[in-house]
Ligand binder design. Structure first.
Ligand SMILES: Cc1ncc(COP(=O)(O)O)c(C=O)c1O
Length: 508
């Protein structure tokens, strides 16, 4: 049997693991004359019978759209009609008669998770109905171009990242990382003894993120540029709505990265918590929120979503990390990984060691809400469309406040209008020769004094020295604000502080 591309990249530690459970029956050949009993009784598994569970049923009460109960803007009537599940003409009508999803102790519906299973000890890879959903979802939105792909449920993208660090990296193994990134991953890399090598980013409005010329040169001249370091085993990329820059790689760009991965034989770890929140270009915000854009799920997938690396990779070297944190809720601690079955098997062996299995309560709530309320994949995507429009509006409100400011008009700042996600990079146009590290820190103090929180790009760098010249930006997010007024006010405070800072000769 030929080995899969990915199996050559799996760490020795991960490849060497096996999982067995002491209560599994003997694995050798049954003795001659053995006949399995038609009705075996369990005195082996230490699972408390579900009759011991104090919860008999759970009612999950839902809203029709984000901020339904607290929206300060009027929503257009057409929007409301469009959003009301009962007036919709698609299959949601049958499945969603009310805003309450009832979860019972037992169900015969194989698409649902009942309390007897959801609250019980369970399978490492996740409960069957949710696993089935993840496969249907990925087949619909980002169908892998390689055979033999599987999914495994995780306890969120952070857990997914820990698992892929284990999957690929033995001590001294090298992983390439966008120079500004989700830095908690660096701790996962360190904990397995891996070495993170930053890759330059181009941080400007037209950019797609990674500086491809830099990457190509780095790979081509690895021995000279990184003497003593092993060749990279993987590239970690947040390809859509990148954290912290908000940048998104286009399809052609991704094809070039895949070609490099094929040429230099490394895996691609695609971390994508933000990709579904695609944002149209900035528009002056309206005084009402129009949620009915009449964008169909088909058009969203075809024209708005940037295809995942999964859809372009024919060799099975891509591992994609998904999470329900941004689309459902972070407190669930629920996500999943998509990859070649050999990668998923190795991850499963590690999961059996570290997380055992993801929270059944979270799986039960997410799965049953998606099935009973949204009616499956397309209904879930319709909810995502509502989220995306709400995020786009928030982005518009914040950017509008910035575009209207003195600091922007005086060209002290630029802002990258993101095409996906919840982050926008505010570029600070320091004069040539400015000590960026010192002045960004001082500016941060000024912003704190003005009552606005931001993240300096430098805080999210892999290597401060390497990235200093490109660290003249602040990460802004429009995710946590309570309402438009707060976003507007934050934009005003932010830009006033910058203006004063510049007018004071870059002093506090
Ligand atoms: C790029 C990236 N990866 C992973 C995570 C962690 O996500 P989760 O809450 O699913 O663990 C985040 C959270 O902010 C993130 O921005």
């Amino acid at each position: 049997m030929t080995k899969s591309t990915i199996s050559n990249l799996i760490s020795e530690r991960a490849a060497g693991r096996e999982t067995t459970h002491f209560a599994t029956g003997p694995s050798d050949e049954p003795p001659k004359g053995f006949k399995p009993h038609p009705k075996p009784l369990p005195l082996h598994w230490g699972m408390p019978n579900n009759g011991f569970f104090p919860i008999d049923s759970i009612d999950v009460n839902l809203v029709d759209y984000p901020f339904q109960k607290s929206l300060s803007l009027p929503v257009t009537n057409a929007s409301l009609e469009n959003l009301s599940l009962n007036s919709s003409t698609d299959k949601l009508v049958d499945s969603a008669k009310s805003n309450t999803v009832r979860i019972d102790r037992f169900t015969d519906d194989e698409n649902l998770i009942d309390i007897s299973k959801g609250l019980q000890y369970s399978y490492t890879n996740g409960l069957a109905p949710l696993l089935k959903f993840t496969k249907e979802f990925i087949s619909r939105v980002h169908k892998p171009a390689f055979e033999d792909w599987e999914t495994i449920i995780t306890t969120g993208a952070g857990d997914g990242l820990n698992k892929v660090a284990d999957l690929f990296l033995d001590p001294e193994d090298v992983i390439l990382i966008e120079e500004f990134t989700f830095t908690p991953f660096l701790a996962n890399i360190r904990s397995v003894g891996g070495i993170a090598v930053p890759v330059k980013l181009d941080i400007s409005q037209k950019s797609e993120g990674i500086d491809l010329e830099y990457l190509e040169d780095l790979l081509e001249n690895w021995e000279t540029l990184k003497p003593g370091l092993k060749k990279p085993k993987a590239l970690y990329t947040i390809a859509t709505g990148q954290n912290p820059t908000g940048l998104t790689q286009g399809v052609e760009f991704r094809k070039k990265v895949i070609a490099l991965a094929d040429k230099y034989d490394f895996a691609i770890i695609e971390d994508d918590p933000y990709g579904y929140l695609t944002l149209p270009p900035f528009q002056k915000p309206k005084s009402f929120l129009k949620l009915d854009t009449f964008l169909t799920v088909d058009d969203y997938i075809k024209d708005h979503l940037t295809p995942s690396y999964l859809t372009l990779d024919t060799k099975g070297r891509v591992v994609r990390i998904e999470t329900f944190s941004k689309l459902f809720a972070p407190g669930l601690r629920l996500g999943f990984i998509v990859g070649h079955k050999d990668a998923i098997k190795a991850i499963s062996n590690y999961a059996a060691l570290v997380t055992r299995f993801p929270s059944g309560t979270s799986q039960l709530i997410v799965n049953n809400v998606i099935q009973q309320r949204f009616g499956g994949v397309d209904g879930w995507l319709q909810w995502i469309l509502k989220m995306r429009i709400t995020y786009a509006h928030r982005r518009d409100v914040l950017l509008d406040a910035i575009y209207e400011s003195e600091a922007y008009k005086k060209k002290y700042i630029d802002i990258i209008d993101p095409s996906a996600g919840m982050f926008a990079a505010l570029i600070v146009n320091f004069p040539e020769g400015t000590d960026i590290a010192a002045k960004i820190k001082l500016l941060e103090w000024k912003l704190i004094a003005y009552g606005v929180g931001v993240v300096p790009g430098l805080n999210m760098s892999v290597d401060k020295k390497f990235s200093l010249a490109r660290a003249n930006f602040l990460r802004l997010t429009y995710a946590p604000a309570n309402n438009d007024e707060e976003l507007k006010e934050a934009g005003v405070r932010l830009t006033k502080a910058v203006d004063e800072f510049f007018e004071n000769g870059l002093e506090f």
